[in-house]
Design a protein around this ligand. Structure first.
Ligand SMILES: CC(=O)SCCNC(=O)CCNC(=O)[C@H](O)C(C)(C)COP(=O)(O)OP(=O)(O)OC[C@H]1O[C@@H](n2cnc3c(N)ncnc32)[C@H](O)[C@@H]1OP(=O)(O)O
Length: 417
C-alpha cells in the first residue's frame, strides 16, 4: 500500500476536508458543496498535503504564507501550518513526520524565516524543532466584584474618546488598518488576510457553524482616529429572582493605543445585565486585571502555550528583531534535521543586530526548538539552563542573554489558525 504524502487535487479536496473533520472529531459526514467552493477559493493547493489509502484521505496537512511580527515591530515571512490530522486508523506510522519534513523543506527552499503553528497538544511538535514562543491567558471577570461604578458613563476616561457600535461591514473596512497598527508594535501578531475578516464577520461561514451575529464596537480617539475594536457575544441567562446573570464572551479585542484598550475593557465590563465577562485569549500581561479596581475579580481560566515557532534561518530570524541592550553572544544551535543549525555570532543592540556563522567558541548551546521559544523574548535562557535545555559554556552567558533577549511586554498572538 502506497501511503506517501502528496499534494491534493481539486477533485480530492472535499474528501481532504472531510478527513480534517474526522481528525478534529468534528464530523465524519460529507462536506457541503458551497463550503468546498469557498474553501477552495482561499486555498493554495500546492501547499495542501494528503495521504490516501484505498481512495480515502487518511492524513491532512496544510500551510500558508504568513507575516509574523518580531520584537521591535519588523515582520518575517512565516510558513503557517494548520489542518494537521492523521485519521485514528493510521496514527503512529510516521505520517505526520513525513508531511512535516516535506513542508519544512519547502518552506526553507522558499526562504521563510520561521514556521509557525498553534499546537493542539503540547507534546506533538517539539520533535520537529518547534518551541512555544508565546503564551496565552484567558480570564473570567466577576463583574459585580470588580469594583466598577455602575453609574459611570463609558468611556469613563475624560480623554474625549468615544465608543460606537458598528456593523460587520464596518469591521471589514476598518479592521485591516487597525490590525496593521497593532502588528507594527506587538510582537507575536500574525497577519490576517481578507478572508480572516470575512469569516469573523459571518461572510460565507459554513452552515454547520451556526453563525450568530456578534456585537462590534470601536473606540474613536478625540481626533476621530479608530484606535480599537472589540467583538463580543452575550448569552441570555436570568436567575430565579429575575436578576440578570448574563455572560459576555469577547471574540476579539485589538487596540492601537493603551487608552483604546482600557476604554474597550471598561465598556464590556459595564454593559447592563452582564455579570460575567470571558476575555478570550489574551497576552499573559494583558492590562485588564490591573485595570479593575479589584483585580481579584478576574480569575484565570486558561494559561497555556500558544504560538509555536520553528526557526528555519537563524541569522535572518535573529537579525529581524531588536534587543534590550548591546551584547555579543555566540550561539551553537543544534538542528537534527539539518535545516538551520550551526554556530552563529549574534551582535545585538536596541536598534537591530547582525548575526553570521562563526568559528569562535560557543557561549551558549541549545536546540533549535529552544531558540524558537526564545525568539520573541518570552522565555528565559536562565530558566532553560536550569531545565537542562540550554548549556552555558561561558559563565554568566545565560544571564546576559536573558537581559538581551527580553522585551518590555510579553509576546501576544491574538489569532488561532
Ligand atoms: C497545527 C495543527 O493543526 S495542531 C492539530 C494536530 N492534530 C491533532 O491533534 C488531531 C488528532 N491527532 C492526530 O491527528 C495525530 O495523532 C497527529 C497528527 C497529532 C500525529 O500523527 P501521527 O501520524 O500519529 O504522528 P507520527 O506517527 O508521525 O508521530 C511521530 C512521533 O510523534 C509522536 N506523537 C504523535 N502524536 C503525538 C501526541 N499527540 N502526543 C505525543 N506524541 C505524539 C509519536 O509517538 C511519534 O514518536 P516517535 O517518533 O518517538 O515514535
Amino acid at each position: 500500500m502506497n501511503l506517501d504524502p502528496r499534494t491534493v487535487s481539486a477533485a480530492e479536496f472535499p474528501d481532504w476536508i472531510r478527513a480534517v473533520g474526522t481528525g478534529f472529531l468534528r464530523s465524519s459526514g460529507p462536506v457541503p458543496e458551497e463550503e468546498v467552493a469557498v474553501r477552495l477559493a482561499h486555498t493554495d493547493l500546492a501547499r495542501v498535503q494528503g495521504v490516501f489509502d484505498g481512495g480515502r484521505c487518511v492524513a491532512t496537512f496544510r500551510s500558508f504564507a504568513q507575516e509574523l511580527t518580531v520584537v521591535g515591530g519588523a515582520t518575517v515571512p512565516a510558513d503557517a501550518i494548520t489542518g494537521v490530522t492523521v485519521t485514528p486508523t493510521h496514527r503512529r506510522r510516521g505520517l505526520l513526520g513525513r508531511m512535516m519534513a516535506a513542508d519544512l523543506a519547502a518552506a526553507k527552499e522558499r526562504g521563510d524565516v520561521v514556521a509557525s503553528l498553534i499546537a493542539a497538544e503540547y507534546p506533538i511538535y517539539g520533535r520537529y524543532g518547534f518551541g512555544p514562543a508565546s503564551w496565552t491567558a484567558e480570564w473570567e471577570i466577576d463583574v459585580p466584584r470588580a469594583g466598577l461604578d455602575p453609574r459611570a458613563r463609558v468611556p469613563s476616561e475624560a480623554d474625549g474618546g468615544r465608543i460606537e457600535l458598528v456593523e460587520g461591514a464596518d469591521v471589514r473596512k476598518l479592521g485591516p488598518e487597525l490590525h496593521g497598527r497593532l502588528a507594527a508594535r506587538q510582537h507575536g501578531v500574525v497577519s490576517r488576510d481578507e478572508r480572516w475578516w470575512e469569516r469573523s464577520t459571518g461572510v460565507d461561514v459554513p452552515a454547520s457553524e451556526a453563525w450568530k451575529e456578534p456585537f462590534h464596537a470601536v473606540y474613536r480617539s478625540a481626533d476621530g482616529e479608530t484606535d480599537g475594536l472589540i467583538t463580543y457575544r452575550a448569552d441570555d441567562h436570568w436567575g430565579d429572582r429575575k436578576q440578570p446573570l448574563n455572560t459576555a464572551t469577547v471574540a476579539g479585542l485589538i487596540a492601537a493605543s493603551p487608552a483604546a484598550e482600557r476604554a474597550l475593557w471598561r465598556f464590556v465590563c459595564s454593559i447592563d445585565w452582564i455579570t460575567t465577562v470571558r476575555t478570550g485569549h489574551r497576552a499573559p500581561d494583558d492590562l485588564l486585571p490591573l485595570l479593575l479596581p479589584d483585580p481579584r475579580a478576574a480569575r484565570v481560566v486558561t494559561q497555556a502555550d500558544w504560538l509555536w515557532l520553528r526557526v528555519l534561518d537563524v541569522p535572518r530570524a535573529l537579525e529581524a528583531r531588536t534587543y534590550a541592550s548591546e551584547a555579543a553572544l555566540v550561539l551553537d544551535v543544534r538542528d537534527a534535521s539539518g535545516l538551520a543549525g550551526g554556530r552563529f555570532l549574534l551582535e545585538a543592540s536596541p536598534s537591530g543586530a547582525s548575526c553570521a556563522p562563526t568559528t569562535r567558541d560557543a557561549d551558549l548551546a541549545l536546540d533549535v526548538a529552544e531558540l524558537g521559544a526564545l525568539l520573541l523574548g518570552d522565555e528565559s535562557p536562565v530558566r532553560l539552563a536550569a531545565l537542562g535545555r540550554l548549556d552555558e559554556h561561558r559563565a554568566g552567558a545565560a544571564a546576559l542573554a536573558d537581559t538581551v533577549f527580553r522585551a518590555p511586554r510579553r509576546a501576544w498572538c491574538p489569532d488561532v489558525f
